[in-house]
Every structure is written in C-alpha cells, then in structure tokens.
Write a protein that binds this ligand. Structure first.
Ligand SMILES: *Cc1c(COP(=O)(O)O)cnc(C)c1O
Length: 412
C-alpha cells in the first residue's frame, strides 16, 4: 500500500508529500487498506470459530483500533488504559482479553465491571487476588492461565517470552495444580488457557510446538473435570522488515497447525496478533536536517529521534529507509541519526541510501507496530502526528503535540 509512482512515494492513492506539506514532520502515516487486507488474510486462514483480539499495545490509536473493531476484531489489552481505549474505540467487550504480569486491583475491577471475555492470570498470587476482587464485586471472574510452555521462539531475547527464564506466565509444570486450585474458588470461572511465546516469529513452528504441549496439559485437566471453552494462542506472527532476509510467515499453515493441535477440543480459538496486522501498514516520514562527516563516518541527521521510534535503539531492529522522492542522486553510506542526546539515537548504521538533500524527506518503513506506542517526550520533544490514509483521502487521527501539551499537569 506504500508504493512509488514516478519516483514519489504514495500511501494508497495519496502522495505522501501532500501529507508532510500539510501536517509537518515527523509524521506517522498509516494505510487503512493494508490493515484491512492483513486482517482479512488472518481471519480467512481459520476455519474454526475464533476471535481475533488485536494486541493494541502494537498500535493504540483510537482510529486504528476502531478500524479493526468494525471488522469484527476484539482486543488484547495489557492495562486499564488500553481497556479504556478499546471501549472508546467501540470494541465489543465480550471479545477483550486482559494480559500482563502485574494487574492491579483497580485494573481487575475495571475489567470485571466491563465484563470482558477473560483475564489471563500469570501467577498464583494473581489468581487469589482476582478471586478476592471478584468476590468484593459479587461477580465470577472468567480466567485463563497464561502457561509458559518453555519453547524457544528463536527471536530477539527482549521479545522472547515463553522460556522458563522469562517473567511471563505460570510454569508448565505448575499449571496443572493451579487449574485444580482455581476450580475450587467461588468467584473464579475457569474459562480457558492461554500462551504467548514471543514476537516477530517468522517461523511459526514454535507456536505449534507450544500448542501441542498445551493440548496435552488440557487433556490431563479435562480428565479432572476442568472444562475449557477458549484456547488463546497469543500473538507473535512476524512481518517482513528486510526484504533481503525475511520471509513472510504462512498464516494458512499457522492456522492449520493450531487447529490440528486442538482438534480434540470443542473450544473457541482466540488469536492476539499485533505486529502482523499493523507493522507494514505504517511509515514514519522525517525531514533531513543536516549532513555531517566526522572522520570516517557520514551522518544523515533527521528530525525524528529515538523518542519517536524506539525500535532501532531498543532492539537494534532493522527498518528499511528510503527517500520519499527518488531523484537518482549518488548513494552514500551513512548513519541515519536523530537529534536526541544519546549515542543510541539512531535509525540505521552504515546504511546505503540514495543521498537526500537537506530539507527533503526520508521514510522509515514498517513503522506501524511498536512505533508511536513506544514514543516518549524525551528531550522535551512533542510526539508526532498520526495520519490514516484510506483510498484517495487522509485524516489526521492524532494531532502533533504542542509545547503546552508537554507541560500539561506540571505545577511550578
Ligand atoms: C505483545 C503481545 C501480543 C502481540 O504480539 P505481536 O508480536 O505484536 O503479535 C499478544 N499477546 C500478548 C500477551 C502480548 O504481550
């Protein structure tokens, strides 16, 4: 949905230059058409009853959440704030699942009051706490345990979550006893089982391996009278960042593997994709401010920083970067860096790119997931605007922050 026509980048039918001219830079630009196409691809892959709970931490703009909600998606939330957003965007609360290791009482209360599908419990402490909060509200809390299946998703260590050494979920060996304990609690409705082993998985076989382990646990628990109504296999399906090395995962294979692993159970499936739905549906457009050479190194200095897009700094993540308008200038090898006072403030290192003159724009691709949601005000920089393109038109769906926004709530 982001394509060059006559050497100029378009987002669907809109010239990206028109957007930066009107909205300024840096700016996130999203393609609604891409979001819809990814959703449909994912949705069609499953033949069993399922709910696609969009992981809204990947992109929590209200207009983006609403795009998926109107296609029938639910939401995977990790905080009260995300639940608030999901409700504001019109997500059906019966399709919301709540993940996270540290849910506070007020968050559990808010979830129960809004009657969400289920709370994914990550420890024994949390189980008793959810029971206690539910009792106070005179409710029965539908829960799943997030089980840590101890399989290696072979992804970046920071986004790998299903290994024994990770903080997430309950250990596979302990889950059996926990389910039996949960079954006895008055204000707990044992509803499902969940796992999420990591993110940016280009090979989904580890999800299949985890499914097989979890299905085995379910068989043993079914024998003890536990009735599962939902299996939630988390998210994690990856996207192509680097066309030279990455291969898009086969979602049809992914769906078949999951359905095969749970074929013996009469359950509804829940999927929690984030990145897959939004990652390649967003770009970050930024202006080149200066060129600079220090000894051996060339720098392209742009007006976006790590506060706007953290992934390269945090994960050394690769993002394809290219000029917004291709002019045929000579390629240079350079570090593409931002204005932040940190050496870690870079988008790419030793990167070959067609030279872009000062004042012209470059585009960081695959910025739709974990882009704006990880943005901060570090160095007192207002966060960028977000724009949603649909066909030949676009809309600002989040205004650029102002200087006044920066000091909102501060007291002299
Ligand atoms: C982050 C997260 C997701 C989404 O992961 P993606 O890699 O973006 O698909 C889903 N479920 C849980 C529990 C998560 O923490």
């Amino acid at each position: 949905m982001f394509e060059y026509k006559n050497n100029e980048l378009y987002a669907e039918g809109v010239r990206v230059k028109n957007i930066v001219d009107n909205v300024g830079s840096p700016v996130y630009v999203y393609s609604k058409g891409h979001f819809k196409a990814q959703f449909e691809k994912f949705n069609k892959a499953f033949s069993r009853e399922h709910v696609i709970a969009f992981a809204i931490k990947s992109n929590s703009n209200l207009a983006v959440i609403k795009t998926f909600a109107s296609l029938g998606a639910g939401a995977d939330i990790v905080s009260k704030g995300e639940l608030f957003r999901a409700i504001k965007a019109g997500v059906d609360t019966s399709k919301i699942v709540f993940s996270g290791v540290a849910k506070r009482d007020d968050e559990i209360e808010y979830a129960l009051e809004n009657d969400i599908m289920m709370i994914n419990v990550e420890s024994e402490d949390e189980l008793y706490n959810v029971n206690r909060v539910a009792e106070k509200l005179n409710k029965k809390a539908r829960i799943a345990f997030r089980v840590n299946p101890d399989v290696d998703p072979k992804t970046h260590p920071y986004i790998s979550t299903g290994l024994k050494k990770n903080k997430f979920g309950v250990p596979y060996e302990e889950a059996y006893d926990l389910y039996l304990k949960a079954k006895e609690l008055k204000n707990i409705d044992v509803y499902g089982i969940q796992f999420h082993i990591g993110s940016q998985l280009l090979d989904t076989t580890p999800i299949y391996d985890a499914s097989v382990r979890v299905a085995d646990l379910m068989r043993r628990l079914t024998d003890k009278g536990v009735e599962f109504r939902v299996v939630d296999v988390g998210g994690g399906v990856g996207i192509v960042y680097d066309e030279k090395t990455d291969k898009e995962p086969d979602v049809n294979l992914y769906a078949r593997q999951i359905e095969e692993a749970f074929r013996d159970f009469d359950v509804k499936l829940v999927l929690e994709p984030g990145r897959f739905l939004v990652g390649n549906g967003g770009i970050l457009v930024s202006k080149v401010i200066y060129h600079k050479t220090n000894g051996q190194k060339n720098f392209l200095i742009i007006d976006a920083g790590m506060n706007d897009l953290l992934r390269p700094s945090l994960y050394k993540a690769y993002h394809k970067i290219a000029p917004m308008k291709k002019t045929g200038s000579k390629a240079i090898k350079c570090d593409i860096v931002g204005p932040i006072c940190e050496t870690g403030d870079f988008f790419a290192r030793d990167y070959e790119i067609e030279d872009v003159p000062n004042g012209n724009f470059i585009v960081v691709f695959s910025a739709g997931a974990y882009g704006f949601t990880m943005a901060s005000n570090y160095n007192s920089r207002p966060r960028p605007a977000e724009v949603l393109v649909s066909g030949d038109s676009y809309r600002v769906v989040r205004e650029r922050e102002s200087l006044e926004d920066l000091i909102k709530g501060e007291i002299l």
